[in-house]
Design a binder for this molecule. Structure first.
Ligand code: GLU
Length: 416
C-alpha cells in the first residue's frame, strides 16, 4: 500500500476508535472527518541546469481541516512524496494537536511535491514565493498561518512572509518559524525536539527508566531529530545510534551529539562519523535500546518490523511514524508509545507563542518561551496520563479523546 493510503488509513483508524468510545453521532463524525477546504495549485518555475533552461510545473497543496477553535495552523512540507491524501491526514492531525494543548488554532497542512535538495537557493526562493502568491487569498494572520515542516525552514518562512507583506503590509504573524531577526521566536527552532526530549524524559521516569540506564536510538537527524538528541543527551541519556537519509551510525558506548552536529555541518551527512560503526536505517530501528525515537517520515514502523522493535518506549517525534496495525502489535508486546499529537506538539506550541509575540509586537526571551512550553506540555501530558489510567486505555486513545471532545464541543457551540 502506498504512503498516502497508509496515512489516511492510520488516521481514520485512530479517529474511529475514539469516535466509538466517545459515542459521537454519525453526523458529528462526518463533520470532524471532513476538510473545510482543500486547495491544489500549480507552481511553475524555470530551472536552469548546465546552461539549459526548462519550465517545471510543481503541484502545491493546502488542506484546511477545521477552524472551530481558531485560525487554521500547520506546516508546509517540501518533499517528493507530498500528495493530497497525505496532506489531508496531516492536516487532521494538526487539528487534534492544537486542541490537545488547548491553543486557539485549528488544523491545516500544505506542501509542494518537490525534492528541495535538487534545487539551488534561487530556485527554492522562487518556488516559495510563487507558492505564497497563489496561496495568499486563503492564508492570513487570522485565517491560516503556515510554518516549517519537512524540507522547509526559517528561510522559506522569511521569503513567504516577505511575499505576503508586499501586498498586505508588514505581516510578520502570517507565518511562524521565521528567523529571529524577522519576528521569529527565541526557542522556536529547537522547540519540537526540546518538547520531545521533555516528554520522553517524563514518561521514561514514570516507567522507572533512569537516564544513566537508558540507551536511546533516534531515526532522523533533521531539525526534530537533532534537537531531540541534544535534549536527551543534556538530560544524561546515552544516545547509541543516529541516522539520516543516507543511513545510520552507532556506538554502544554513546555518540557525542556535539561531535555529530559538527561532523554533519562539515560533511552534510552522518555517514563516516569517526568512532561509530555504520548501520542501515532498517536495522537501526531494531537495535536493543530502552527509548526509540522515529523522527523522520510517516510509516516507519509497520507490520513488517513492529515485532522486531526491542525498545521499551517509542516516542513519535515524527508525524504518524507508526501504522495503526503496528501500533496494535507494539501494544500487545507491552511497548509504551508516546503518540505524535502529544510527543511533537512542542513545535506548534512554540509557533503559537511566536504568533502571540508578533501580534503584541513584544518579544519574549528564550527562558520564558521554554518555561511556558514545558509547563503546557507537562499539563497536556498529565491530562492524557490521568485519562489513560482512569479508562485503562493507551496514551494515544486518551490524547485523541481529549482533543476530539474539545473540537466537537467548539463545533457544536459555533453551530457549524
Ligand atoms: N510542522 C509542525 C507540525 O507538524 C509545526 C506546525 C506549526 O508550527 O504550525 O506540528
Amino acid at each position: 500500500m502506498d504512503k498516502k493510503c497508509i496515512c489516511q488509513e492510520t488516521q481514520r483508524h485512530f479517529l474511529d476508535r475514539a469516535f466509538e468510545r466517545l459515542k459521537l453521532k454519525s453526523e458529528h463524525r462526518q463533520l470532524l472527518l471532513s476538510s473545510f477546504r482543500e486547495t491544489r495549485i500549480t507552481v511553475p518555475i524555470t530551472l536552469r541546469h548546465n546552461g539549459d533552461e526548462k519550465l517545471h510545473t510543481f503541484q502545491g497543496y493546502r488542506v484546511q481541516h477545521n477552524h472551530a477553535r481558531g485560525p487554521f495552523k500547520g506546516g508546509l512540507r517540501f518533499h517528493p512524496d507530498v500528495n493530497m491524501g497525505e496532506i489531508r491526514a496531516l492536516a487532521q492531525l494538526m487539528t487534534w494537536k492544537t486542541a490537545l494543548v488547548d491553543i486557539p488554532f485549528g488544523g491545516a497542512k500544505g506542501g509542494i511535491a518537490v525534492d528541495p535538495t535538487a534545487l539551488n537557493e534561487i530556485e527554492r526562493e522562487e518556488l516559495s514565493r510563487r507558492f505564497c502568491q497563489k496561496m495568499a487569498p486563503i492564508i492570513g494572520v487570522h485565517d491560516d498561518i503556515p510554518a516549517p515542516d519537512i524540507g522547509t525552514n526559517p528561510q522559506v518562512m522569511a521569503w513567504m512572509m516577505d511575499e505576503y507583506s508586499k501586498t498586505h503590509g508588514f505581516r510578520t504573524a502570517v507565518v511562524t518559524g521565521k528567523p529571529i531577526e524577522l519576528g521569529g521566536s527565541a526557542g522556536r527552532l529547537e522547540a519540537t525536539g526540546y518538547g520531545v526530549a521533555h516528554l520522553a524524559h517524563k514518561v521514561a521516569t514514570e516507567m522507572a527508566l533512569s537516564p544513566e540506564q537508558s540507551r536511546v536510538v533516534i531515526q532522523g537527524f533533521g531539525n526534530v531529530g537533532s534537537h531531540t538528541a541534544i535534549g536527551l543527551a543534556n538530560k544524561g541519556y546515552r544516545v547509541i545510534a543516529l541516522s539520516d537519509v543516507n543511513g545510520g551510525v552507532m556506538n554502544e558506548a554513546g555518540i557525542s551529539i556535539e561531535q555529530a552536529l559538527a561532523y554533519v555541518a562539515e560533511n552534510g551527512t552522518l555517514t563516516g562519523l569517526p568512532g561509530s560503526a555504520p548501520i542501515s536505517n532498517a536495522d537501526l530501528l531494531e537495535l536493543p535500546c530502552e527509548i526509540l525515537v522515529p523522527a523522520a517520515l510517516e510509516a516507519t514502523i509497520t507490520c513488517d518490523n513492529a515485532d522486531a522493535i526491542q525498545a521499551r518506549l517509542v516516542v513519535e517525534a515524527a508525524n504518524m511514524p507508526i501504522t495503526h496495525r503496528a501500533d496494535d502489535q507494539l501494544k500487545q508486546r507491552g511497548i509504551t508509545v508516546v503518540p505524535d499529537l502529544l510527543a511533537n506538539v512542542g513545535g506548534v506550541l512554540a509557533s503559537y507563542y511566536e504568533w502571540v509575540q508578533n501580534l503584541q509586537q513584544f518579544p519574549w526571551d528564550r527562558e520564558t518561551v521554554l518555561r511556558r512550553l514545558e509547563s503546557r506540555l507537562s499539563h497536556a501530558h498529565d491530562a492524557v496520563s490521568i485519562l489513560a489510567q482512569e479508562r485503562e486505555i493507551d496514551m494515544r486513545c486518551a490524547a485523541y479523546e481529549l482533543a476530539i471532545r474539545r473540537v466537537d464541543h467548539a463545533v457544536q457551540l459555533r453551530g457549524f
